[in-house]
Design a binder for this molecule. Structure first.
Ligand SMILES: CC(C)(COP(=O)(O)OP(=O)(O)OC[C@H]1O[C@@H](n2cnc3c(N)ncnc32)[C@H](O)[C@@H]1OP(=O)(O)O)[C@@H](O)C(=O)NCCC(=O)NCCS
Length: 139
């Protein structure tokens, strides 16, 4: 079994995995966020290989994670769960009041397992359905 570790990474290290996992059919540039340099980025490594990434942004005590992605051939092995739990454990002691995300409809049950609940806010973009999901913290 390869050693797993999670660390903070540079923003540009997230781009390749975002593209592969989320929008392989769109041009590479589209997966970059204008405010990537304002975010904190976390990566999960299996051995030496970066396989799962997520990006965190906040306004005061409200935190949003974006562009959560695992390389397709590494999906379904529990890496995303480890990374999401890491994120929750990271923001809680910072005094976060809430962690939220724009959840793809395909990921709703996954986030629900971590205590996220669906809000009324739904939208579609680039042919995908999204719902805002949120996890209350420190309340
Ligand atoms: C969502 C994502 C980041 C989760 O990462 P992951 O490393 O697959 O996470 P896990 O292995 O912990 O699995 C998460 C869930 O997805 C399921 N899953 C995801 N991809 C899978 C695959 N290719 N094969 C089997 N199961 C898969 C797992 O069974 C698990 O569901 P469960 O908790 O109900 O059992 C990853 O699947 C991904 O990159 N998906 C495409 C991009 C995306 O949808 N991002 C989230 C946008 S909101």
């Amino acid at each position: 079994m390869e050693k797993i570790h999670i660390e903070q990474i540079r923003p540009d290290l997230t781009w390749r995995i975002r593209h592969m996992a989320m929008y392989p059919e769109l041009p590479y540039q589209t997966i970059k966020l204008e405010n990537d340099h304002d975010g904190l980025h976390f990566g999960l490594f299996a051995g030496d290989q970066l396989v799962s990434v997520v990006s965190l942004f906040n306004e005061e005590t409200v935190y949003q994670f974006r562009k959560f992605a695992t390389i397709p051939e590494f999906q379904g092995r529990g890496y995303g769960s480890l990374l999401l739990q890491h994120l929750i454990n990271y923001v809680s002691p910072l005094g976060a009041s809430m962690l939220w995300c724009n959840a793809r409809s395909t990921a709703i049950t996954f986030y629900a397992k971590f205590g996220f609940s669906e809000t009324e806010d739904r939208f579609s973009k680039t042919g995908l359905e999204f719902v805002i999901m949120q996890l209350q913290l420190n309340n």
